[in-house]
Write a protein that binds this ligand. Structure first.
Ligand code: KPL
Length: 289
C-alpha cells in the first residue's frame, strides 16, 4: 500500500494519522513551512497508554509522483490553498475529514469525489501544544460508490469506524448540529451547553433547525426532520465544550461558516427555497470576523 499523505495536521488529522499508522500504513504530513518531523503525544480518555506520534514531513513541491492516498483535514476555508500545490490525479483517493460540506467541490481533478468522513470523536489540547487528549466515539465513512480496499484493514484499528448505508443522513445530522451550535456559541461566546439554558438561544436554535429540516426534506423526503431534539442532544453531550467556531473566533482564525450554513444556503437557492435565519447568522458571523 502506498503512503497516505496528510494535509492539515490539526486534531482530527492527527487522529486519522494515528489510526492509519496503527493499521500499518505509512503516513507523511504535507507542509511547506518546515521539514522537521511532527511530534505529538496522544493520550486517551479510556486510560490506555499514551502514544508518541512522530510523522515525517514533506513539502508538496518535493513529491515525486501524485499521491495515491490523501487525507484532507485542514479547516474548510483553507482547502483551496492547501490543495493547490498537490498534484492529484483522477486515480487518487481523497479522504475529506472536515466540518461542513462541499468544501472540495471544484478543487479535485477529473470529477474525482472525496470519500467523506464524519466523526463524533473529540480531540482536545491538554496543556502544552504537543499534547492531545482523545475521546473516542463513532466515525462513519461514505460518499463513494464502492468500499475501498483499505477500509477493512483500517476499520480493525479505528474503533467504531463503519461504512453505513444511511451515511448521508448521518452526515446531514452532523451538518445541522454544526449549523446551529457553532455559530450561536461563537456569536454569543458561550460553551455548547448554554443552548440548553438560554431561552433566546433556544428560540434561534429551533428556527435554524426548522429551516434546515425544510431544505433537507425537500432534498430527501425520507429525512426524519427531527433536528431540534438531535441538536439539543449534541449540545448536552458536549455541554462544557467550546465549539470549533467559537475557538476560531477567539483565535482570530477564519471560520467554517461558509462550508456549514453557507452550504445549506447554496443548496436552498438551487431548490428555490430561502432560509432567512441561516442568512442572518451567516451575515452576523461575517461581520464578526
Ligand atoms: O463538531 C462540533 C464543533 O465544535 O465543531 C460540535 C458538535 C458542535 C461539538 O463542539
Amino acid at each position: 500500500m502506498s503512503t497516505w499523505y496528510l494535509l492539515g495536521a490539526g486534531n482530527m488529522g492527527l487522529l486519522a494519522a494515528y489510526y492509519l499508522r496503527q493499521a500499518g500504513f505509512a503516513v507523511t504530513v504535507l507542509r511547506h513551512d518546515t521539514a522537521s518531523p511532527l511530534r505529538r503525544r496522544l493520550t486517551f480518555a479510556d486510560g490506555r497508554p499514551p502514544c508518541d506520534l512522530i510523522l515525517p514531513v514533506l513539502s508538496p513541491a518535493a513529491l515525486t509522483e501524485p499521491p495515491r492516498h490523501l487525507v484532507v483535514a485542514c479547516k474548510a476555508p483553507y482547502s483551496a490553498a492547501a490543495l493547490e500545490p498537490v498534484p492529484l490525479t483522477a486515480n487518487s483517493q481523497v479522504l475529506r475529514l472536515q466540518n461542513g460540506l462541499g468544501s472540495l467541490d471544484g478543487l479535485l481533478p477529473g470529477g474525482l469525489r472525496p470519500i467523506e468522513v464524519v466523526t463524533t470523536s473529540a480531540v482536545k489540547q491538554d496543556g502544552p501544544a504537543q499534547h492531545q487528549v482523545v475521546a473516542e466515539n463513532e466515525t462513519w465513512m461514505g460518499g463513494g460508490d464502492v468500499v475501498p480496499d483499505w477500509f477493512e484493514q483500517l476499520s480493525t484499528h479505528w474503533p467504531n469506524l463503519s461504512w453505513p448505508t444511511d451515511f448521508q443522513h448521518r452526515q446531514w445530522h452532523k451538518l445541522v448540529a454544526n449549523a446551529v451550535i457553532n455559530p450561536l456559541t461563537a456569536l454569543h461566546d458561550v460553551p455548547n451547553g448554554r443552548l440548553l439554558e438560554d431561552r433566546e438561544l433556544q428560540r434561534q436554535a429551533a428556527e435554524l433547525c426548522r429551516e434546515a429540516d425544510q431544505l433537507l426534506t425537500a432534498l430527501d423526503p425520507t429525512w426524519p426532520g427531527d433536528s431540534l431534539p438531535r441538536v439539543m442532544a449534541v449540545a448536552s453531550a458536549t455541554a462544557g465544550n467550546t465549539s470549533s467556531m467559537r475557538a476560531d473566533v477567539r483565535n482570530g482564525a477564519r471560520t467554517e461558516i461558509d462550508a456549514i450554513n453557507g452550504y445549506l444556503l447554496r443548496r436552498a437557492a438551487a431548490q428555490g427555497l430561502s432560509l432567512p435565519a441561516h442568512e442572518r447568522i451567516v451575515a452576523a458571523m461575517t461581520s464578526e470576523t
